[in-house]
Design a binder for this molecule. Structure first.
Ligand code: F6R
Length: 598
């Protein structure tokens, strides 16, 4: 889970743009960092332990026309200067950065050592650069040498390589993301489009198994077929995202900015309901009599669970939700005629990608709901739609959750009634306005709740029906950024065991339904936990009166859109609790945004 970037240009001076690209990728990992700059006849490498700013900020370095860089999240080899990328060949004339994990590198490392290569790190990556060095010594050109080196290794990779003898960056990808950015007299590469938005909005997307040479004048792409390189023609695509979306815009944290963006995203979705018609029709006709499996991880999984509710209640369709990492073991029944609907913000989550590769191998058709343009999931799906949430930088998913839920609502509605567009537009506009009008007040109330729960060791979230996944999401948000142990439960299930965990003062946050029959049930659940000493906080419609210690009143339009409205105060509770505890909500410990390892 690392980020890589590269720039090659006619004029000198790549460092500041390269560092900006790497900073945009820090959400992928930030335990060490480094760059290699081509100074014409030699390469300059600077790397160290820490964030980009800690390692490279304020350091005066010679600048050049070409450079590559890396922000690391350790997988093979501990966090150390030696293990930070770029890695270099014995003669120091080739430097390489890598995102992914390689199989079978230990044997090759021993063979290379026996042939006199000196290894400076414990990483799998360093093997590639020594293999390339051998190829070049044998007279191969850089791209053939890189291709031969990679064909000797299994696993996943996105690599960018420079040499002191060329103005080009050589790149390759397999099961790890890599995009090529197109400039004027300069070209770029990076792990995702967001990294390069300060430089371009034109991108060429590589497929798995492809390699490219990126020079200031242009790009050339090849595909490895049966050990040979075949040339590939591919045009550039323009992305909608803009560089301002990569800034905090006056907020203290990206997470807060992204929470506040939600009503605007919902309005955009309302205005573009038509965009989802073709996809919904395609999904409906692909389905026929087969199974529909929704596959996702983490927050996207919770959105997927709400999607299942929509499909059942709005479209009358049967579906199942499968945790992406469990999919291989729980999908033996899937085959031809079945459909997998993958939901993923990044479109790069390794568990999700592996699940859909298996689904495809079993003959199922794959559709997906994604946020990041050009991501691997879009390349592997028969059809896909974007949730149009813009880049999400905070590691904890917020705006992409509500956008996923809204898009699933749109799709389920269109699948059952292709004329529901106008109603959907009105629904989403109302939800957007209600959130917009209450945002500041909700934030204030959430801050007060945060002060009350910040010293708790445990917290429980209860929900029913469509808001059972909302409760799971509330708990996930709180635990991942505040490090308070939090669990979400279906309110009715709580009495079947977890109730034993209630003791004096434990916070129980209940997400209250809008439908009367369900409200009555959850009142009973609330009384149960209160009787045992729980401190109850209800996130609820304004008009309902409940036995609770603290209420956050949320303007909810109806049961179907309530997860969107309720997600906001739950996100805010998590945010303020993390801030009260002095944690950085944008970069929770041990977590990276894009989980590209299984
Ligand atoms: C939690 C969070 C993660 C992701 C999960 C899946 O706040 O962000 O749980 O939801 O890693 O990521 P995507 O949606 O990119 O597949």
């Amino acid at each position: 889970m690392c980020g890589i970037a590269g720039i090659t240009r006619r004029r000198a001076g790549v460092l500041s743009d390269l560092l900006k690209a790497l900073k945009n990728l820090e959400y992928r990992g930030y335990d060490s960092a480094g760059v290699a700059i081509s100074l014409g006849s030699r390469l300059l490498v600077r790397k160290g332990v820490g964030t980009i700013d800690q390692v490279l900020g304020g350091v005066s370095l010679e600048d050049g026309r070409m450079g590559i860089g890396h922000t690391r999240w350790a997988t093979h080899g501990g966090v150390s200067v030696e293990n930070a990328h770029p890695h270099t060949s014995c003669d120091g004339r080739i430097a390489l950065v890598h995102n992914g994990t390689l199989d079978g590198f230990e044997r090759l490392r021993e063979e290379l050592r026996a042939r006199g290569h000196v290894f400076k790190s414990d990483t799998d990556t360093e093997v590639i650069v020594h293999l390339v060095e051998e190829g070049i010594e044998e007279g191969l050109d850089p791209i053939s040498s890189l291709s031969r080196a990679l064909s000797e290794l299994g696993g996943s990779y996105a690599v960018a390589m420079i040499s002191a003898d060329s103005d080009s960056i050589f790149v390759a990808r397999y099961k790890s993301p890599l995009v090529i950015g197109i400039g004027n007299g300069e070209n770029y590469c990076a792990s995702d489009v967001a990294a390069l938005l300060h430089l371009t909005r034109e991108f060429v997307f590589l497929e798995d198994g492809e390699l490219a040479e990126i020079s200031p004048e242009g790009i050339r792409i090849w595909r490895m077929v049966g050990g040979k390189l075949e040339s590939v023609n591919r045009g550039a695509e323009r992305v909608e995202w803009v560089p301002q979306q990569m800034e905090k815009g006056g907020y203290e944290h990206f997470m807060m900015k992204e929470i506040f963006e939600q009503p605007h995203i919902l309005r955009k979705l309302a205005e573009t309901v038509e965009y989802y018609v073709k996809f919904s029709e395609g999904l409906r006709s692909a389905l026929k009599d087969g199974w529909l499996s929704i596959v996702a991880a983490g927050t996207s999984l919770h959105a997927g669970m709400i999607g299942k509710y929509y499909l059942s209640r709005v479209s009358g369709l049967r579906s199942e939700v499968v945790i992406a990492s469990e999919f291989p073991e729980w999908s033996h029944h899937l085959g031809k005629g079945d459909v997998v609907l993958a939901v993923s913000q990044s479109g790069e989550t390794a568990d999700v990608l592996e699940a859909i590769r298996i689904a495809r191998d079993r003959g199922a058709r794959v559709f997906s709901i994604v946020n990041v343009p050009g991501s691997t999931l879009t390349r592997l799906s028969e059809d896909y739609v974007f949730i149009q949430a813009g880049p999400e930088i905070g590691v904890a998913a917020t705006k992409t959750f509500t956008a996923q839920v809204a898009v699933l609502y749109i799709i389920a509605s269109l699948m059952s009634d292709s004329d529901s567009g106008v109603r959907l537009m009105r629904d989403l506009e109302v939800v957007s306005e209600e959130i917009l009008g209450s945002m500041e007040g909700l934030s204030e109330e959430a801050r007060n709740v945060a002060k009350l729960i910040r010293m708790s060791k445990h917290a429980f979230f209860l929900g029913r029906g469509i808001n059972y996944p909302t409760a799971l999401e509330g708990a996930l948000k709180l635990k991942e950024i505040s490090y308070i142990h939090a669990e979400g439960y279906a309110a009715g299930e709580y009495k079947h065991g977890p109730l034993a965990l209630i003791e004096e003062g434990v916070p129980v946050i209940a997400v209250i339904p809008t439908e009367e029959a369900l409200v009555n049930k959850i009142i009973y659940n609330l009384m149960e936990v209160r009787a045992r000493g729980a401190f109850t906080i209800t996130v609820q419609p304004p008009e309902v009166s409940l036995p609770s210690d603290r209420e956050i009143r949320v303007r909810v339009r109806d049961e179907l859109t309530s997860p969107i409205a309720y997600a906001v105060p739950l996100q805010l509770i998590a945010y303020h609790t993390a801030v009260e505890l002095g944690r950085n909500p944008d970069k929770p410990r041990n977590l990276a945004k894009s989980v590209t390892v299984e």
